[in-house]
Structures are given as structure tokens and as C-alpha cells.
Design a protein around this ligand. Structure first.
Ligand SMILES: Cc1ncc(COP(=O)(O)O)c(C=O)c1O
Length: 466
């Protein structure tokens, strides 16, 4: 197999080793069980030559758990691109990176983490893993955008003044809807108060590749940045990486990350990460071309990711209608719910695809009209005040639970997150005492037919009296 023309002279140490090995190997007497030769059809036909690169830790292919050869070299190239002290690869998604970042940054049980703004469910797992003590600081629900604002430096400054001994601040930027936080301001605020800034940039691995894209958070002064290249770069699902800027955190985060990994890492995923880091240097023309193409159809708003289009709909019926029209034309959205619909564009998306998308979207838009309110959604009140937990998520996770009807849960401690969808952000965190307001508002949402994850078909939630 030859190097692809696209990558040119850009270094791809893992791919090179895999291709060299595949060219040498005549017969395999090692795992995986397909021996580079046989997988049942039709999978075999779909995977094609890729089966030959689905190798294991053989001589010359380095060792994921103590990388010093091609994997280490590829991670180093990636770190150099972003300007990180160290970059570590994950074949277990950004989920493992978020968990490892929290564990590595907060090694002592009970250390306080301030979580500002909406965050992904992996944060809960990370809090359990690190046995950290979270304070959740909500941001404003923006009715017109049908999305939570990203956290601002001013909000963080107020929260940090009120909350002593914060070891780390954790923020998500961009949000799922593509809203980008002022990470530089957040880093300054966190550092002023002696706290680390951890940024979940799972949806922003492409940031900084063109002046029209927001800068990435490594350049903006964050201490740890988690990215999912599989979400926004040409890469394979599940492949992610974490950048560490503080030398004193590197070993702890790396160890915490390896602890969450299989002892049989997929070399297809490692090769995909290697190709993604090469794309960071070889893909500029494609990035520019794609942005030019998209810009011909829509203006880019400051503070948002131009590669994603969040379409506030404010109604499930309108979202369903848009999704159906696109699907009838063979186009599938990333996501839609009662608040809006999300389209993700990819580098290399063709003119024909983009044109067809905007044709269907604009026709729908003219008929659907603008979203002018949040449709009276009562849920925003659930996120008014910072949430201090009575018991740490890591403690409550191991305590026995039982189910009680929502309205009877007042005064009990939630054992699992309870999150209305939309917005998909937990209104109750494990370890939080259920207030009357929570019980009443969540019960009302659920009774009105709103999806509320964590509430069973019988209207109960899991609590514990620890
Ligand atoms: C903001 C955010 N962080 C982390 C994750 C976890 O990423 P992964 O799917 O790579 O594990 C997601 C997944 O959707 C996410 O949206």
C-alpha cells in the first residue's frame, strides 16, 4: 500500500508503520481472529482493505499503554499543532478524556469543581471517577435561540467569588448548538482564583484551522482541552484526544485515561487519529474551500461555529417536519427535538449536497416562520440557581437506591441525573436534594408529555437516603 497523495509529505507515523507491516505480512498467527483475511460478508466487502490495518500490538507497532514509538510520535505531532505540552489519544471517545481530565486534575477525593453552563453526561461519570465535589452554575436559557448561553467570564467571576477552594472550572465550548464561549476570559478568571480551566471542546477539534473558525481553547489559555476529532474532523467514530498544557497534570491525566481503556486498542482508530492529526496540516485548502462554499449560502455569526447550523424551531412538530423533508431527499440531520434541529457540515461536503440542503431548508423556513418565543416552556426555571450537592456523586453512586413518585421525592437525594429533553441538561444531579420547585416543575413537564430522562414510565425517580 502506498501513502495517499492527499497527505503528501505530512508525517503519519502510525499509518506508516501499519502499512509497512501489512506489506510484509504473508500469514498471521496472532489476533485479531479475522487474520487480516476473512470477515463474513457483507462486512468484508464494506471494509475492504481496511481489514489489513486492523492489527494489534505487534513488534514495530508500539504499545498504547506505554507508547514510545509510532503512537508517541503521532501524539507529539498533534500536540505540536495545537501548542499543547502533551496530547494523549483515546479510542474510547471524548467520554474517557472528560473522565480522565477530571480525575487527573482533581486527584484528592472531595476537591471542588465548578461546572459552568451546560455539560455532557460524561461529566457525571468523571465526577464519580474522581470523587470530586461539584457546584453547578447554570447559564441563561436563551428563548430566541432555544439554547443555553455558554458561560461568560463575568458569570464565572461571580461564582468564583462566592465559592472558595475551587480546584478546577469545567466548561463546554462550543455547546452542542455551536455557541462558543470566551475561553480566554474564562481562563483568566479561573487563574485569578487559583483554579484550573478544563474545556470540553469535543465539538471543536477543527477550531483554528481557518480565520473564520473560532480559535481553539489551547491557544486561548485553557489548562486541559478535550476534543472529539471523530465529531468534526475526518476521523472514525470513537477516536478522541486530550491536550494537557500543565506539565504537572500530564502523568495523572494519562494514567487516568489508560485506566479507562481496553488492553486491545483498535489500530484502525489509532490510524484514524493519526490521519486526523495529519489533516490538521494537510487539510487547509479543503477547510477553506468548504467554508467558502457554506458562506455562499449563509452568513457566519460571530461567537458560533460556522460548520454547524442550529435551527431553533420551538416545536416538536416543526422539527419533525424539517427532518422528514430532508430525509425524503436522503439527507439526515445530526439531531432534532422540540427546541430545534442541528445540521453539521463536513469538510469536503460537495456543492451539490450543500445546495440541496439549503433548498429544502429554505423552503421549510418560509413556511415555518421564525421562532419568537420558547413556546411557554416552563423548564427554564429549573436552572435558576447554582446547585450545591448534599452528597458527592461518587458517594451516592455506590449507595442503594429506590424509586419514588416525583412529587414524593421532595427532601430526598437524587441518585441519577434527571434531565428534560430538550434541553438535555440535568436539572437534578446525583447527590442533589430534590426541592419542592424541582419536584413540581419536573412532574408538570413529565405529565405534559415532555421527555424527561431519569423519570420512569410510572413517573418515579431513583433516590437514596444516604
Ligand atoms: C460536549 C460533549 N462532550 C463529550 C462528549 C462525549 O464524546 P464521545 O462521544 O467522543 O465520547 C459528547 C458527545 O456527544 C459531547 O457532546
Amino acid at each position: 500500500m502506498k501513502r495517499s497523495r492527499e497527505l503528501g509529505s505530512v508525517e503519519t507515523p502510525i499509518l506508516d508503520c501499519l502499512m509497512r507491516h501489512a506489506a510484509r505480512e504473508r500469514a498471521s498467527f496472532h489476533v485479531p481472529g479475522h487474520h487480516g483475511r476473512y470477515l463474513p460478508q457483507p462486512l468484508s466487502a464494506w471494509l475492504g482493505q481496511a481489514i489489513k490495518l486492523d492489527l494489534t500490538e505487534l513488534p514495530g507497532l508500539d504499545n498504547f499503554h506505554s507508547a514510545s514509538e509510532c503512537i508517541a510520535a503521532s501524539e507529539k505531532l498533534c500536540a505540536r499543532h495545537y501548542g499543547a505540552y502533551r496530547t494523549y489519544y483515546s479510542v474510547n471517545g471524548a467520554t474517557a478524556c472528560v473522565m480522565a481530565a477530571l480525575k487527573g486534575a482533581c486527584p484528592v477525593p472531595g476537591q471542588r469543581v465548578l461546572i459552568a453552563g451546560p455539560c455532557h453526561m460524561s461529566v457525571w461519570r468523571g465526577l464519580v471517577y474522581a470523587d470530586a465535589s461539584p457546584v453547578f452554575v447554570p447559564t441563561r436559557w436563551h428563548a430566541e435561540r432555544q439554547a443555553f448561553d455558554p458561560p461568560s467570564p463575568a458569570l464565572l467571576e461571580v461564582a468564583l467569588r462566592r465559592c472558595a477552594d475551587v480546584r478546577a472550572v469545567f466548561v463546554t465550548s462550543p455547546t452542542y448548538q455551536g455557541l462558543v464561549a470566551d475561553v480566554r476570559g474564562l481562563a483568566e478568571a479561573a487563574h485569578r482564583h487559583g483554579a484550573l480551566l478544563l474545556v470540553d471542546e469535543a465539538h471543536g477539534a477543527h477550531f483554528g484551522l481557518d480565520p473564520r473558525l473560532p480559535p481553539h481553547s489551547v491557544a486561548e489559555g485553557a489548562d486541559v482541552v478535550i476534543q472529539s476529532p471523530h465529531k468534526t474532523l475526518p476521523c472514525l467514530t470513537q477516536a478522541a484526544w486530550v491536550h494537557v498544557m500543565r506539565p504537572e497534570l500530564a502523568d495523572a491525566i494519562h494514567e487516568a485515561l489508560l485506566f479507562l481503556h481496553t488492553t486491545s486498542p483498535s489500530y484502525l482508530l489509532l490510524a484514524a487519529l493519526d490521519a486526523a492529526q495529519a489533516f490538521l496540516r494537510s487539510g487547509q485548502d479543503l477547510v477553506k474551500e468548504t467554508l467558502d462554499r457554506l458562506q455562499a449560502y449563509r452568513a457566519f455569526d460571530a461567537g458560533t461555529d460556522p460548520m454547524r447550523l442550529w435551527i431553533p424551531t420551538g416545536s416538536k412538530a416543526r422539527g419533525a417536519q424539517l427532518a422528514k423533508r430532508l430525509e425524503d431527499a436522503g439527507m439526515f440531520l445530526e439531531y432534532w427535538d422540540a427546541s430545534g434541529a442541528l445540521a453539521l457540515f463536513g469538510f469536503g461536503q460537495t456543492e451539490r449536497e450543500v445546495a440541496r440542503f439549503f433548498e429544502v431548508y429554505r423552503t421549510w423556513r418560509e413556511e415555518a416562520g421564525e421562532v419568537t418565543s420558547d413556546g411557554g416552556w416552563a423548564g427554564a426555571d429549573l436552572y435558576e440557581a447554582p446547585a450545591e450537592l448534599a452528597v458527592r456523586p461518587g458517594v451516592i453512586h455506590h449507595a442503594p437506591g429506590r424509586r419514588v413518585p416525583l412529587r414524593e421525592a421532595v427532601g430526598h437525594i437524587a441518585k441519577r441525573p434527571v434531565a428534560p429533553y430538550p434541553p438535555g441538561v440535568p436539572a437534578l444531579w446525583p447527590g442533589q436534594v430534590v426541592s419542592e420547585r424541582h419536584a413540581e416543575l419536573l412532574a408538570r413537564l413529565w405529565e405534559d408529555g415532555h421527555d424527561v430522562v431519569g423519570v420512569g414510565a410510572d413517573g418515579t425517580i431513583e433516590v437514596c437516603d444516604a
